[in-house]
Design a protein around this ligand. Structure first.
Ligand code: PLP
Length: 685
């Protein structure tokens, strides 16, 4: 039993199988909480004796059987892609992965998306492995000082306290200038999908190289480039040392563009290819997802820095320094221009996509110079709209309803499956009651995480706003007209309450100002709460319990946005600018579109217009709809919208659909091309 417990703890399947999670909770509810839901720590702290004792309890034995059955069912099931395309192994590279709170190697949306990608891939049985970095310190936890300003608290990740295991006896190297850094490899298990995490914190490394994997998103370009060398070059070498012969590489953001260069080096070394041949073969298997809707969001590296860190390596690859720099320049040949990782990745990849239809169009405009002379509508950047892993984000209570009405495999059904219609058969009062329970749990959590005293009401319209506090997301848009906001909040018959959560990047001063502004509001208004330290656990509670999910970024700057999908899948109604995913999902029966400003380039003017549009929408439509009740107190029309929201979003904006799209449109064709090229006879040389 003890051995199996440890196996359960190291397989992150528990993060989306409530029956496995329930086992850890049952063993010791207090400890489960105090370890921040970390099963490895829980088992360590109880020790053999404590566990033995726990296992004597009837309820633990029952929970154990439940967990075991859940695991068996998961692995015995033959998912639809399992083995169907076995020769294909996709290697997915990302600088961050958000899988669970107790593996803090992510900062926000990009990481959670990568985590969801792996979970859905496991569900589908696709052959994919992932590569990332194991940071010694996670992204800083957020705390708030007396003046309302955010500060960060860093805690140490210790390998033996995380759900990861070291791959014993494996060490690879990557070049840093004329030196080599030694890299250890850890393995996290995401159901069927292995995630390999690279770690330079080894005694054999000099101090400045040991610290490469200290922290996520270091702002200094030289440290960032070193991380990208470890991820891209070290990552490919780690895969080969593990015996994984992938020819298809998915670069989640430009950070991992060097994996394409290492692939070229490897092809040249093993097949005696010319630089041009190797470039074409490598390119056939490279899939790139861009997430940035503004050029400044990309990484840029000075020529001097690139020369220092990569000069000797590029000689080894056989590519001239100028050519390499030109890969990442808007205007190749301009020696003053820095290397932009997005241009480099676009030029190295065969398939490039944005993360929503609208973002695809934005990207074609933004990066068209990568193909000089091509008309914008022919720029080869498509889109695969993001999705979220439903078994992770749908509350167990809603999942039970879907199991009862749609079927136990609701999470694995195609969007067009006829059984989805049964969502509309869920009794309105029952769905409303369950939503009330989830909202109650959310309000309970606010007692723990709120930064200040507050008075929330289970019956009041509850707006959730949870995301990074970057200025373009405008967390403070609703604050533009304080008296008007106050009237909404303090309305005695139809009150509104707002829960805010979100961190700003440690170096983002304007973002920190916005945090301080919201904290200031929350300290004055008892119906506004700022919840500290937005993370996966808090995000789950927020999207489970909110009535309305608010998203008001400047249009075209939200590449996709995924929190709105998570909320909608639980029945929250979105009130959002028509940007990112909402631009393609919006229909009046699912939620509301905040009218966009019309100047497009006068931000101040559009901010005013959009704030006005948002107030009007809340005052005239959202609040009245929420408080429109039948005799039993149920808002009939609202609950119908909740059902439409669940039915549409659970299928179309699922990570399952996203992974299938990547598979059909990019991975499989890429694998076929790589294979065809591999089978061409060598010409020698
Ligand atoms: C989903 C999620 C995000 C991304 O939310 P957006 O709406 O895309 O900004 C960020 N952080 C956490 C913890 C999340 O779960």
């Amino acid at each position: 039993m003890l051995e199996e417990l440890s196996e359960f703890a190291y397989d992150l399947l528990w993060t989306w199988q409530p029956r496995i999670e329930a086992l850890f909770r049952t063993i010791d509810p207090e400890l489960w909480k105090s370890t921040r839901e970390n099963p490895v720590l829980l088992l360590n702290q109880l020790g053999e004796e404590g566990l033995q004792k726990a296992c004597e309890r009837e309820e633990v034995r029952k929970a154990f059987d439940g967990a075991k059955a859940a695991r068996r069912e998961y692995y015995d099931r033959n998912p639809r892609f399992m083995d169907a395309h076995a020769p294909l192994a996709v290697a997915y590279f990302s600088l961050e992965f958000g899988l669970t709170e107790c593996l803090p190697i992510y900062s926000g949306g990009l990481g959670v998306l990568a985590g969801d990608h792996l979970k859905a891939t496991s569900d589908l049985g696709l052959p994919l492995v992932a590569v990332g970095l194991l940071y010694k310190q996670g992204f800083g936890r957020q705390d708030i000082d007396a003046s309302g300003r955010q500060f960060e608290v860093y805690s140490e990740n210790r390998g033996d306290e995380l759900p990861v295991r070291k791959v014993e006896g494996l060490e690879v190297e990557a070049p840093i200038g004329a030196r080599n850094v030694k890299i250890a490899v850890w393995r996290a298990q995401v159901g069927r999908v292995p995630l390999f995490l690279l770690d330079t914190d080894l005694e054999a490394n000099p101090l400045d190289l040991r610290s490469i994997t200290d922290r996520l998103y270091v702002p200094e370009p030289d440290r960032r480039l070193r991380q990208e060398i470890v991820l891209g070059i070290g990552g490919v070498r780690a895969l080969r040392a593990l015996g994984i012969d992938s020819g298809v590489f998915h670069l989640n953001e430009g950070h991992s563009f060097l994996c394409a260069i290492e692939r070229i080096r490897e092809l040249r070394a093993s097949r005696q290819m010319t630089l041009e041949e190797a470039r074409l073969v490598a390119r056939a298997g490279i899939v790139f997802t861009t997430h940035t809707p503004i050029a400044a969001g990309s990484d840029y590296f000075d020529a001097g820095l690139v020369w220092d860190q990569l000069g000797p390596y590029l000689t080894q690859v056989g590519i001239s320094f100028d050519r390499f720099m030109d890969l990442g320049r808007q205007r190749p040949g301009d020696p003053r221009e820095r290397l932009c990782t997005t241009y480099a990745a676009l030029r190295l990849a065969d398939q490039s996509v944005g993360v929503s239809r609208l973002h695809g169009a934005v990207s074609r405009r933004l990066w068209k110079d990568a193909w000089k002379g091509l008309p914008e509508n022919q720029v080869p950047i498509g889109s695969v709209t993001n999705g979220v892993h439903m078994p992770t984000w749908v509350a167990p209570e809603i999942a039970d309803l879907l199991t009862r009405f749609v079927g136990p495999d609701w999470w694995d059904l195609d969007p067009a499956d006829g059984r989805w219609h049964a969502v509309y058969e869920i009794p309105t009062a029952e769905l409303w009651a369950i939503h009330g329970e989830l909202k109650g749990k959310l309000l309970e959590l606010t007692l723990e995480r709120a930064e200040h005293p507050h008075e929330l009401d289970l019956n009041a319209l509850t707006i959730g706003f949870g995301r990074r506090f970057a200025p373009y997301k405008r967390a403070n848009l609703l604050l533009r007209d304080r008296p008007r906001l106050t009237r909404l909040l303090r309305n005695s018959r139809r009150p509104v309450q707002i829960l805010f959560a979100g961190k700003s990047h440690p170096a983002d001063q304007p973002g920190k100002e916005i945090v301080a502004g919201i904290v200031g509001l929350a300290r004055e208004e008892p119906r506004v709460v700022f919840l500290k330290d937005y993370d996966i656990t808090l995000a789950r509670h927020l999207v489970h319990g909110a009535d309305v999910w608010l998203n008001n970024p400047r249009r075209f700057l939200e590449a996709s946005g995924t929190s709105g999908m998570k909320a909608a899948a639980n029945g929250a109604l979105n009130v959002s600018i028509l940007d990112g995913w909402w631009d393609e999902a919006y229909r009046p029966e699912l939620g509301w579109a905040i009218p966009s400003g019309t100047t497009l380039d006068r931000q101040d003017v559009d901010d005013v217009a959009e704030a006005e549009g948002l107030y009007r929408l809340l005052e005239r439509e959202v609040v009245p709809a929420f408080y429109d009740r039948d005799e039993a107190g149920v808002p009939l029309r609202w609950v119908e919208m909740m059902k439409a929201s669940i039915r549409n979003v659970v299928t179309q904006f699922a990570a399952r659909r996203m992974v299938i799209d990547y598979f059909n449109a990019a991975y499989a064709p890429g694998a076929r091309r790589v294979e065809q090229l591999r089978l061409l006879p060598d010409w020698g040389g």
